[in-house]
Write a protein that binds this ligand. Structure first.
Ligand code: ADP
Ligand code: MG
Length: 379
């Protein structure tokens, strides 16, 4: 049954005006022969814990080298990604702060593998939920003053509509800002959960619903943003019975591929336009946060960014994992994802070679050109 947890959110994170950066990590999935019919081999490879290089399609004598907050190569385990990008933010959620973790990238590059994974290699979602419960137990053991309760909501943004995945058949739900500047989705199901297995029992069928719908509706799952919200409320057991709420968003974004190239028409094109609006706005928001300064952060320009407004930037802890694939057929989508994710980019004057380590060839530093940032908007 749907239930609301009454919470005093006055001390919520939206109170702070400080703008924080979004940490950007890139994950390269393993090369897959079946994705490379022409047997061209990979066009991307890792260089170090923060960098990679990709063939420069404009000039075969050059490679493009990119730097990020973190780079995870083909061998990286699910646990490694969890430890470096997600585990460090979870204690903040138990202390009443907000956080968000996104998987970005083209369809087929590993977003769902990263977020959900499989029983042998569970992804960030199951690992994060387990960790939230174990942190809550640990903290209750350490101090008898506070008690912790955990709840979940699960929603989808499809065609700029907000749909409740725990209440199939729901219509577009409105996003509002309450008097304490917390973002709330009106009418969204919120289920209290008391253990990981309780979470799993609710989450698995809802995820399955989404996947089943996808095969019927033009791979809907690659066209919608799946958003899991884990809320942690900590309450003081004695007067003044203070309560604090921390929100953790775990987001499997729609595919960032440029749908103009895949020849979508009609409904598909409309969907692509809407998807690109949210993703394009997300890229502008991340850019505005990471560049800093007094510029406006355009949260209100799409449903996704409006929903995440109190959990992305500000005093929130935000992590973007850009997933990329090494095969040539993904080249332009990879290129576009990297230009979005990169802290810096260098053109290196030497051909892409798989085995060699980069030499000290003359380099030309290139500031992120504006026209190459972010996914392209659909026309
Ligand atoms: P996306 O959600 O971005 O469309 P998927 O997560 O479905 O991509 O990944 C596409 C395919 O690649 C799936 O078969 C998935 O199991 C596999 N895959 C993705 N990332 C990895 C990885 N890091 N290791 C092994 N297989 C992976
Ligand atoms: Mg997917």
């Amino acid at each position: 049954m749907a239930q609301r947890v009454p919470v005093s959110e006055a001390c919520g994170p939206a109170a702070s005006k400080r703008v924080s950066r979004v940490r950007v990590a890139v994950r390269l999935r393993p090369y897959m022969e079946k994705q490379d019919k022409k047997a061209e081999g990979p066009c991307v490879r890792g260089l170090g814990p923060q960098s990679l290089e990709i063939v420069n399609w404009r000039n075969a004598t050059e490679t493009l080298q990119y730097q990020f907050d973190a780079f995870h190569g083909e061998q990286a385990s699910q646990q490694e990604i969890f430890l470096s990008s997600v585990k460090p933010v979870l204690p903040h959620v138990l202390s009443g702060q907000n956080a968000s973790v996104f998987a970005y990238g083209p369809t087929g590059a590993g977003k769902t593998h990263t977020m959900l994974g499989n029983p042998e290699e569970p992804g960030l979602i199951p690992r994060a939920v387990r960790e939230v419960f174990s942190l809550a137990t640990e903290r209750e053991r350490e101090s008898a003053d506070w008690t912790y309760s955990v709840g979940m909501s699960y929603l989808e943004i499809y065609n700029e509509k907000v749909l409740d995945l725990l209440s199939p058949g729901s219509t577009d739900l409105p996003i509002r800002e309450d008097k304490d500047r917390n973002i709330v989705v009106q009418g969204l199901t919120h289920m209290p959960i008391d253990s990981f297995s309780h979470f799993h029992a609710l989450f698995a069928p809802a995820s399955l619903n989404r996947t089943t719908a996808s095969t019927k509706l033009n791979q809907r799952s690659s066209r919608s943003h799946a958003i899991l919200l884990i809320k942690v409320v900590r309450s003081l057991k004695s007067p003044p019975y203070r309560q604090q709420m921390g929100k953790l968003y775990l987001v499997d974004l729609a595919g960032s591929e440029d749908n103009r190239r895949t020849g979508n028409q009609g409904l598909r094109l409309k969907e692509s336009g809407a998807i690109n609006l949210s993703l394009f706005t997300l890229s502008k928001v991340v850019d505005a946060l990471n560049v800093g300064g007094a510029g406006r952060v355009p949260y209100r320009d799409s449903k996704l960014t409006r929903l995440l407004q109190d959990s992305l930037g500000g005093s929130a802890h935000s992590v973007m994992i850009a997933n990329i694939a090494p095969e040539y057929k993904y080249y332009f989508d990879t290129f576009s994802a990297l230009n979005f994710a990169a802290k810096s980019k260098l053109i290196v004057n030497r051909p892409f070679v798989r085995e060699a380590v980069p030499s000290c060839a003359p380099t030309v530093p290139v500031k992120r050109p504006r026209d190459e940032q972010g996914p392209r908007a659909a026309s």
